[in-house]
Design a protein around this ligand. Structure first.
Ligand code: AMP
Ligand code: GLY
Length: 420
């Protein structure tokens, strides 16, 4: 098969790495890709949020199958158009992508389906929002309704912080995104994510993970897209996982079907777990980044069979071949991330990095010139290792991270601390 992956992050490199190992993959294309992906796939610059451009590219290159990595193309209807034109595609339609694009939509689905989540209010003006805030008190969580690249959530411990967040979201910072605000109950507990493949009929869990959102050790510093992750998440034991499926995932999928929406792709279920009881924090309509890196490291080549079965609607026949293993990934970011960071610094030591089924350096924001690799993004590399225990996976990932010679980069030294 000729397979096209859309995206340019560590998630897409991990997907490409797994797909490439599957004998069904004859040719692998990626748009736009990065320096790491370019080693295993033909990369092409392309505006992946422009559905017409993606369709033309796929048709011109006789692509058999498109795997959509990030949420933005899904929200803009890329999967809809590809499928309409007969191209097999992994990733939900625009209507289903509302689960990530609109927090209010997700809350409505939860209420209609009885899925446990934080109680909430949805507001279109600051005065009503503040009146609700006053009645609820703190701690409380204020969220911009739409996609805000991870900047649309404020967990407020004081009334001042909460009011300021309301004002900010209603002001221009997030443009249309801030036009609506969701205020919700602060949930206590431990966070973990569950990844479920859905083909419209069948839902199949393909792994659990925990990531580290804060920039610095000890969960300090600003929120980021994720500084590291590990899989499995010990808190999502068998019983809690089956509760999450029965009380949250299946009711959600049934409610979507009742509204005429079919969900096809991976559902990222962000959970807060307290005393064995999971509640929904959020849905995303794609694999997590960096969670995908640890999931792919554990699944290997079978990941493509599962992804293909999802797109073809044959998940009911699919099985995950689990190994008793653990994977951990460390994100190396450019100093200054998630704020302003230097671009164009040189990374050495990548040539010696072992590329095996147990260790991989997945690239995110990298670019290759004829002779060197430079850092062009905030999150730049994902040092990923797999082993029989989490501790060994962690030790191995940190030993490998030390081999990378990149003075302008930094990473957390405590990935996995909670589970260890
Ligand atoms: P979200 O974009 O909805 O995932 O929110 C980002 C992060 O904010 C989550 O991963 C949680 O750490 C935190 N968060 C969001 N909603 C809540 C909530 N209701 N209670 C506690 N923490 C929350
Ligand atoms: N690592 C969090 C996310 O992908 O949304």
């Amino acid at each position: 098969m000729k397979i096209l992956i859309l995206g340019s992050g560590g998630r897409e490199h991990a997907l490409a790495w797994a797909v490439k190992q599957n004998p069904k993959c004859d040719t692998l294309l990626c748009a736009p890709g990065n320096a790491g992906i370019a080693k295993i796939a033909k990369c092409q610059a392309l505006d992946i949020e422009n559905a017409d451009a993606v369709l033309s590219f796929a048709q011109e290159n006789s692509v058999d199958f498109v795997i959509v990595g990030p949420e933005a193309p899904l929200v803009s209807g890329v999967a809809d158009l590809l499928r309409k034109n007969g191209i097999l595609t992994f990733g939900p339609d625009k209507a289903a992508a509302q689960l990530e694009a609109s927090k209010n939509f997700t809350k409505e689905i939860c209420i209609a389906s009885g899925a446990p989540t934080a109680t909430y209010g949805h507001f279109t003006d600051a005065t009503t929002a503040k009146a609700y805030l006053k009645a609820q008190g703190v701690p409380i969580v204020v969220k911009a309704d739409g996609l805000a690249a991870g900047k649309g959530v404020v967990v407020a411990m004081t009334m001042d912080e909460a009011e300021q967040a309301i004002d900010t979201f209603f002001a221009s910072e997030f443009g249309a995104t801030g036009a609506k605000v969701v205020i919700e109950e602060y949930m206590e507990g431990e966070e973990a994510s569950l990844f479920v493949l859905c083909d419209g009929e069948t839902a199949l869990p393909v792994g659990t993970a925990q990531d580290h959102k804060r920039a610095f050790d000890g969960d300090e510093g600003p929120n980021t897209g994720g500084m590291g992750a590990y899989s499995p998440a010990p808190i999502l034991d068998k019983e809690t996982l089956s509760k999450a499926m029965d009380e949250i995932v299946y009711p959600t999928l049934r409610e979507l079907v009742a509204r005429g929406i079919t969900y096809q792709g991976v559902l990222y279920v962000g959970l807060m777990i307290k005393e064995g009881q999971p509640r929904l924090v959020e849905y995303n309509v794609r694999f997590g980044d960096p969670e995908c890196q640890v999931l792919m490291m554990r699944l290997g080549a079978q990941a493509f069979d599962l992804i293909e079965a999802t797109a073809r609607g044959t998940l009911t026949e699919a099985r995950v071949n689990w190994a008793q293993d653990h994977a951990l990934t460390i994100v190396m970011a450019a100093k200054g991330y998630p704020g302003n960071y230097i671009k164009g610094s040189v990374i050495n030591g990548l040539d010696q990095f072992p590329d095996t089924s147990k260790s991989m350096c997945f690239h995110a924001g990298t670019t290759k010139t004829p002779t060197i690799i430079t850092a062009t993004g905030g999150r730049v590399l994902n040092i990923t290792a797999r082993a029989e225990t989490l501790r060994t996976a962690r030790d191995s990932a940190y030993a490998l991270a030390e081999q990378i010679d990149w003075p302008e980069g930094f990473y957390r030294t405590d990935i996995g601390w909670r589970a260890l």
